[in-house]
Design a binder for this molecule. Structure first.
Ligand code: HEC
Length: 113
């Protein structure tokens, strides 16, 4: 118990370093981190690889807001091959976030290097 609590706080500490405050609590609160990580692709693509794909695209923020609030299906099957990543689901259900919250998150994702 003691050890797992320690491991947990370590996890949150290291997450805290790579995610900025406001967006950090949104991602945690809304459960995004159960499927996404900043660096590693797991159930869904990592936020960094999403940034790579959309950074230079027109209307990228709107696309991401649409995916977050409306859900996304099948887009990352091909993209996973393109980036050599592995994800374990082919769709994201629509998330319970407001447009404003989604816009904040999308802006943050697109700012990742
Ligand atoms: C149940 C797992 C799950 C949860 C929870 C989840 N996602 Fe996803 N997410 C995915 C999967 C899987 C994909 C890939 C979807 C696809 O291939 O179209 C994805 C894709 C995305 C994309 C890329 C969409 C695109 O248009 O390419 C963004 C941005 C994203 N998620 C953000 C979020 C945010 C923000 C949250 C929390 C509010 C969240 N996700 C919660 C699984 C999840």
């Amino acid at each position: 118990m003691r050890i797992s609590l320690f491991a947990l706080s370590f996890l949150f500490l290291s997450l805290g370093v790579s995610i900025s405050g406001d967006v950090n609590s949104l991602l945690k609160q809304k459960g995004c981190l159960s499927c996404h990580d900043v660096e590693k692709s797991k159930v869904g693509p990592s936020f960094k690889v999403i940034a790579k794909e959309y950074k230079d695209k027109k209307g990228a923020a709107d696309t991401l807001v649409q995916s977050i609030t409306g859900g996304s299906v099948g887009k990352w099957q091909g993209l996973a091959n393109k980036y050599g990543i592995k994800i374990t689901a082919f769709y994201m259900p629509r998330q319970a976030v407001s447009k404003e919250e989604a816009a904040k998150i999308a802006k943050w994702i697109l700012s990742l290097e």
